[in-house]
Each structure stands twice: as structure tokens, then as C-alpha cells.
Design a protein around this ligand. Structure first.
Ligand code: ADP
Ligand code: MG
Length: 777
């Protein structure tokens, strides 16, 4: 012990010397200078004192003032100066992977180190962390996972929860857990950081914790609402009149014609929406899709219009465009790249900003482009607060964000672009005033802005709670409903009840809401409970390989690309992977296996290009599969991968396991003469997304489809689906199986006995009747 202490002291002193050396070096001094100019620096001593005197401190300050990069670093520096460098252990959570990675890299650079020395990061599937890492940036999910293994966070000295104003589900959950933990760990320090001024809410949640506000400076930003935008852009955007001597040039002529057509389209859409707003038809609560901004051609054309205006008539400065999601970012980027001005790389640097960006691409976003080139960054609401692009002078705000919501009555998750809150709109506007006075183009009328909610609804109140409930149980936090009632804003009892019922149905909880053995395993796997169940079934029934691919695909994202303008080609590329077996999931397995073979022959990229597949997604699936295998070995369900794949080529078995995982996501199929009628118990009639292989079929010769996800847009749509027979549904779907698994009767032998019992026929018939009644009622 004494020896260990001596080693720690020596290391602490080494760290202190290294820090002093860096601060004395020329580059170090330059960096110090930059850091001293950030608004957070003036509050350094106040912050450090408050943290040492209080267990909980709430810090707020404008985006870019230095909360994320500076505050954790101040704590680290102070600890190192006090010769506690080797014993401190600071964890700073971020809601998104990209910010954890970008910020850690920046902080390491500010300290003159490379990542993985005193500063590191950890996100799902990736990390950079060494023996001496004392400041770790991680996603909130990673810290929650760590709490699973160590409920007291032994050894951790400071927890910093960043971006709490976003009110993500994980952050709200983490706060309940930490509030519980603080009395047991009196020396642990908790710092909450928020970009907006609603700090009181958090302070009072923690019994009146002190609040520190970092005053920041931003330049004024002028707001243009829809009604002005046309005014500003209309006359300036007709310079084609002046270039009529280009008339000979056919391309210009064509461009002029499409432009005119578009302009008329835009103008009438704008007028329509202004009129509707005038008549008071706008209601943000009902998510009317009134705005002329929708992720369709008219909305895109309006954005293109505004961007052209900026590039032609405005002063230099980068443009940040807020879009709703990755799909429309890609679609818009394609459209802009085809534009003669915006697509010209010698004049415009067009970038998309998303979560799984490579770091070279990331750098381009933060760097200043060469003189004469205008940087345009297309981003989602992630660029509202968690990353800061310094040279932005113009912001284009579509007014919407894709938001998951949850309809507890129908137990249906919805994913719709919906109007943002006033707080978000202000944040977006604020991004334009970092280096000089800026301009913000809101693509909606002012009266629509006035009708926005003040703040967005916390995620906990708008998502299904299954994974969260499972986590509460595996962390041994007691009764689910009691625990959730301690949240900042507790969810509706009906949502909690739905989630608990679901976990009972799949056999993760027993009747008394206790965690089953299956439930324990499921909480170890980093995927939704039902997908975890599918993996475990795959391991038990010896067809792990294809099942891991299905689950990886469902939890990363769909690797089949559907480009806006090449939809038909992409759909037929996907159809090639269907062996007319009525399953998107089996098509996915074939596509992945094909890619893996192509990779072995170094032709992965060509394969992806030819088949409209995303290489990035396939790679992410690959590493997730590796992680599954590792965890399954840890749980003890897999000892050799080979033996777990004895039945991998049995398509019927794989189909059955998919059904076992996706139940109760089922839908009945009735083949009509010209169409297929699909119904689920909760929604009645439903439709298939056009890119499903089953959407191309005229007949589906199976009575059921199982699906992972349904989404309410204008109608209820099923994403990927797999057709299954009565007997498969009976044997693999539903609670019999759940209960059997629960008893850990997972040995195949036990099953066969059960199914051969004389009562099987009767059970079969009565269950079939029951199911039919339920679905056709
Ligand atoms: P906050 O968390 O308060 O929003 P940050 O700590 O993220 O602010 O950023 C503070 C400042 O650090 C920013 O204004 C920016 O100037 C600078 N900065 C952050 N990340 C980078 C980076 N990757 N490259 C260069 N400068 C950066
Ligand atoms: Mg920040």
C-alpha cells in the first residue's frame, strides 16, 4: 500500500512537471493566450472554488464560451497542481458521439498531448484511453453502462454532465441515479452544464445547488423571417436578365427557365403558408405541416435560393444550414452539387456534418477555407449547441427538427419533423454572431415563431421506455414506477405501464416485475431488449451468424441506401438480394455476407457502389457484431463461434428466430385480388415502406409479417418485415416462449419434449383462434 502510494505520488509529480513544461513552451504559451480569451477564463477561480465547496454545481453560459473544453480542463489542471494528478478521475458526459470525440481531441491538443494520454474518450465501439487518462469524455450511455458494473462509481472524483438543457432521456435518467448516489459518495463532485438559462430547474432538483453563469459576448444577429426573405432575395435573384447576352448559351437558358419555374413555385408556396398563418390555421401542437419548408423539392429550392443569394450578394463568412435529418441533408447536398454556382468547388466548399464523420472530414468543418471560397455546412440540430464552428456569419434555419415522439395510447413511436422551440430557434440564430454581426434566415413567418413552445418536451416524455425500464431493474433501483416518479419531469404512468408489459411479454421481467435471467442477459447487450432477445435465441439455436447481422443492421441503421433521385435503381438493387423469400431481414443478411466476401477480395467499395450499400454502415455493423460476440462469451452463451453456427444456413430456423425477437411486432396478411391488406392489432390497416422487398410483391403466401418498427407519418408504415407461418408465430412468438426461456429451459432438448406433449394440438388450435380474434377484431 505504501509502495502504491509512493508510485502514485511520483506520477502526480511527473504530471505536474509535464504541465509546467508545456505552459512554458512557445506553443503552450500561444495556446494559453487563446484559452485566456474565452469568457470562461474570467470565472476560473469562482468555478473551482464553488466546486471544491459544494457537492453539486450548475454552470450555464452561451454556446462557445468554453464550458465543455475549459471547465473539465480547469479541474484537471487544479488537481495536477495540487499533486493529485494521478489520483483524480474526471468523467465528462456528452449526449453525442461526435462531440465526445471532437472535444477530447481539442482538449488534448490544448494540453500539448495526443489523445489517450491524460485526456481520452470512449463511445460505443470506439475509444482512446490509456493508463494515465484522468479526464475522460464519453457518451452518457457509456457512463450508464459503467454504473451497471460499479454502482458507486468507485475511484471517480468528478462527474460532469454536459448539455443538460437538451433534456435527453439518458441525461434525465443519469440525474436520478446520481441524485441517489451522492449521499453514499460525499466526496464525489457533480457539475451540470447547460447552454441556456434554465438553470433554476436543475438547481432546485439538487436541493438548491449553487448556479454560476458565465457571461459571454456575441455580436447582434439580424433575423429575417419568411415574409422578408422573398423581399430581400427576389430582385437580386434575377440577375439572369442582365446576362441575357449569355442567351446563346443553352445551359444558361435552361437554368434560367428552371429557375423561373422554381421561383414561381416557391413564391406561391410561401404565399400560401403566409396566408394560412394569417388565418390562424397554424398550431404547433398538432404539428401541422404548413410551412413551405418541408423536406421536399419546394423546401430545398427555397434553401437553394437563399444560399445563392448569400453567395452572390453577401459579405464573406461561412453558412450554417439547419436541416431535419441525415436523409434530407444528403438529398439537399446532391441537389446543390448539381447547381452551377453552389456546386462549383472553386467557389463553394459544401460540407455535411453528421454523427459518424471521419476525422479528416471533421477538420474541414472547423477549419477556415481559403479566401474566396465560401464554406456551407449542412447540419442537424447537433450544431445548435454541442459543436461550435467559429467562422459562421449566416444561418439558415428550416424551423424543424426530426423528433421522436411516442403515442402512449396507441403504443406507437412516431418520427416526424416537427417545429422546434423558441429556445432552439434562438440558439440557431446565435450561431451566426460568433465573429462579427450575422444574419439568420428563418424559413417560416414570424407569427409561426411566436407560436413555438418555449422549450422542447424532454425526451423522457416522448419515447418508449422499454430499455430504460430494463436498465432500472438491472441497476437494482427498485420499483420502476417509483424510480421514474423521481425524475425532473416524470413520464406518464401509461407509458411506464406499456414498457413494463412489453418486458413481461418478452420474458425479461416476471409477473412480479423482477428481472429474469433472460432480462439480466439482455441488459448486458448494447441493443434494445427485443433485439437482445433475438441474439440470445440465435446463440441457443445455433444460428448466431445471420442473426447477429440482422440485429446489427436493425440497431445501427439500414445499410441499403435510397438516394432521392435514384430510388428505382436502388430499390431494384435491393430486390436482387431477396430470393423471393419475403424477408427484408434475410435480404440484409445476404447483402452483408456478400460485402464480407468482397472485402476479403479487397473489392468492398465496388460492391457497395454497385449495390447501393453504405460501406460505412456495413463497417459499423461489423464492429457491433464483434462486440456482441465478445459479450456473449462473457455471459457464457458462446464458447466457440463455429458451434454456434451449425444451423446458420437453415433459412426456416433463421426466420423463426427473427420472429421470436420481433414479437409482438406482428401484422396479419390477407391477399386480395389486386392488393394485399395488412393489419396490426393496434392500428388497423398499415402500409409498407416502398423499399421493403415485400412492397414489390403482389401476393405474400404467408399469414403474418413480423416487423421491428412501425412509424406514424401520415399513415402507419412498417419498415423492414419478414413473412412467417402460423406455426412459427405460435412456437416462437409470444409469452409461452418467454416463460420457457425465463425458466432457463433454453436447452433444445427441453423444448422438444414440451412440444411433443399431447396437449400441443389443443394449445395450438386455441392460440391460433385467440390470435385471429385479436388481430381481426
Ligand atoms: P461551450 O461548451 O461553452 O459551448 P466549447 O468549450 O465547446 O464551448 O468551445 C469553446 C471555444 O473553443 C469555441 O468558441 C472555439 O473557439 C474553441 N474550439 C472548440 N473546439 C475547437 C476545435 N475543434 N478547433 C478549434 N477551436 C475549437
Ligand atoms: Mg459545450
Amino acid at each position: 500500500n505504501v509502495v502504491a502510494e509512493q508510485i502514485l505520488r511520483r506520477r502526480s509529480l511527473e504530471m505536474r512537471n509535464r504541465q509546467e513544461d508545456w505552459k512554458g513552451s512557445p506553443e503552450g504559451q500561444k495556446m494559453q493566450e487563446i484559452r485566456r480569451n474565452l469568457p470562461a477564463y474570467k470565472e476560473r477561480e469562482t468555478l473551482l472554488r464553488a466546486i471544491s465547496e459544494n457537492q453539486v454545481v450548475v454552470v450555464s453560459g452561451e454556446t462557445g464560451c468554453g464550458k465543455t473544453t475549459q471547465l473539465p480542463q480547469y479541474i484537471l489542471e487544479a488537481e495536477i497542481e495540487a499533486a493529485r494528478g494521478a489520483t483524480c478521475n474526471i468523467i465528462c458526459t456528452q449526449p453525442r458521439r461526435i462531440s465526445a470525440m471532437a472535444v477530447s481531441e481539442r482538449v488534448a491538443a490544448e494540453r500539448g498531448e495526443s489523445l489517450g494520454e491524460s485526456v481520452g474518450y470512449k463511445v460505443r465501439l470506439e475509444g482512446m484511453k490509456g493508463r494515465d487518462t484522468r479526464l475522460l469524455f464519453c457518451t452518457t450511455g457509456i457512463l450508464l453502462r459503467r454504473l451497471l458494473v460499479d454502482r458507486n462509481l468507485g475511484g471517480v472524483t468528478h462527474v460532469i454532465v454536459d448539455e443538460i438543457h437538451e433534456r435527453g432521456m439518458n441525461e434525465d435518467f443519469l440525474l436520478i441515479v446520481l441524485k441517489d448516489l451522492l449521499p453514499r459518495r460525499p466526496e464525489l463532485r457533480l457539475i451540470l452544464m447547460s447552454a441556456t438559462l434554465n438553470a433554476e430547474l436543475f438547481s432546485s432538483y439538487f436541493g438548491g445547488a449553487p448556479m454560476i453563469h458565465i457571461p459571454g459576448f456575441t455580436y447582434p444577429v439580424r433575423s429575417h423571417f419568411l415574409e422578408n426573405i422573398l423581399e430581400i432575395t427576389r430582385y437580386r435573384l434575377t440577375p439572369y436578365n442582365q446576362i441575357d447576352n449569355y442567351g446563346q448559351d443553352k445551359m444558361w437558358k435552361m437554368q434560367k427557365q428552371t429557375d423561373r419555374k422554381r421561383k414561381t413555385q416557391i413564391a406561391s408556396a410561401v404565399e400560401e403558408s403566409l396566408e394560412a398563418a394569417d388565418f390562424g390555421q397554424f398550431n404547433p401542437r398538432t404539428r401541422d405541416s404548413l410551412s413551405c419548408w418541408n423536406p421536399d423539392s419546394i423546401g430545398f429550392n427555397l434553401i437553394e435560393h437563399v444560399l445563392c443569394h448569400i453567395c452572390k450578394n453577401e459579405r464573406p463568412g461561412a453558412v450554417l444550414v439547419f436541416m431535419t435529418g441525415w436523409d434530407d441533408i444528403n438529398a439537399l447536398k446532391d441537389q446543390l452539387q448539381a447547381h452551377p454556382l453552389l456546386g462549383d468547388p472553386s467557389r463553394v466548399l459544401l460540407l455535411a456534418c453528421h454523427g459518424s464523420m471521419a476525422s479528416a472530414e471533421q477538420k474541414l468543418i472547423f477549419d477556415k477555407p481559403e479566401d474566396g471560397i465560401r464554406k456551407i455546412v449542412l447540419a442537424t440540430n447537433m450544431a445548435e449547441t454541442s459543436i461550435t464552428i467559429n467562422d459562421v456569419v449566416f444561418v439558415v434555419d428550416c424551423g424543424k427538427a426530426k423528433e421522436t415522439s411516442y403515442d402512449a395510447l396507441n403504443n406507437t413511436p412516431c418520427l416526424l419533423p416537427s417545429w422546434i422551440s423558441k429556445a432552439s430557434a434562438r440558439q440557431r440564430r446565435g450561431r451566426a454572431g460568433r465573429v462579427q454581426p450575422g444574419e439568420c434566415y428563418h424559413l417560416y413567418p414570424r407569427c409561426v415563431f411566436e407560436a413555438f413552445a418555449d422549450y422542447q418536451l424532454p425526451e423522457l416524455l416522448r419515447t418508449p421506455l422499454q430499455s430504460l425500464c430494463l436498465q432500472i431493474k438491472s441497476l437494482q433501483l427498485g420499483s420502476i414506477s417509483e424510480f421514474l416518479s423521481k425524475a425532473l419531469q416524470p413520464p406518464e404512468p401509461l407509458s411506464v405501464q406499456n414498457a413494463v408489459e412489453f418486458l413481461k411479454t418478452i420474458g425479461a421481467l416476471d409477473e412480479n416485475e423482477n428481472l429474469t435471467v433472460l432480462g439480466q442477459h439482455l441488459s448486458m447487450l448494447p441493443v434494445e431488449p427485443k433485439l437482445g432477445k433475438m441474439i440470445i435465441l440465435g446463440a441457443v439455436f445455433n444460428c448466431l451468424d445471420p442473426i447477429m447481422t440482422v440485429v446489427a443492421g436493425l440497431s445501427v441503421r439500414d445499410p441499403f441506401l435510397m438516394p432521392f433521385d435514384k430510388k428505382d435503381l436502388a430499390e431494384s438493387a435491393k430486390a436482387q438480394f431477396s430470393a423471393r423469400d419475403f424477408s427484408d431481414h434475410l435480404a440484409l443478411v445476404r447483402a452483408y455476407d456478400g460485402w464480407r466476401n468482397a472485402e476479403r477480395q479487397q473489392s468492398g467499395y465496388e460492391y457497395c457502389w454497385k449495390n447501393f450499400l453504405s460501406a460505412q454502415t456495413l463497417k459499423a455493423m461489423d464492429s457491433l457484431r464483434k462486440q456482441f460476440l465478445h459479450l456473449l462469451k462473457e455471459i457464457g452463451l458462446v464458447d466457440s463461434f463455429q458451434s454456434c453456427n451449425a444451423w446458420s444456413n437453415d433459412e426456416h430456423l433463421v426466420r423463426a428466430i427473427i420472429c421470436g425477437g420481433l414479437f409482438p411486432g406482428i401484422c396479419s396478411v390477407v391477399n386480395k385480388e389486386r392488393s394485399i391488406s395488412l393489419k396490426t392489432m393496434e392500428d388497423g390497416g398499415v402500409l409498407l415502406y416502398s423499399n421493403s422487398v415485400n412492397a414489390q410483391e403482389l401476393q405474400i403466401p404467408y399469414p403474418w409479417l413480423v416487423f421491428n418498427e412501425k412509424v406514424k407519418v401520415n399513415a402507419v408504415f412498417l419498415r423492414d418485415s419478414t413473412a412467417v407461418s402460423d406455426s412459427v408465430l405460435l412456437l416462437f412468438g409470444g409469452s409461452i416462449f418467454g416463460r420457457a426461456l425465463d425458466g432457463y429451459l433454453m436447452m433444445l432438448g427441453g423444448y422438444l419434449e414440451f412440444f411433443m406433449s399431447p396437449s400441443l394440438a389443443n394449445t395450438y388450435l386455441s392460440l391460433k383462434r385467440e390470435l385471429n380474434e385479436l388481430v381481426h377484431k
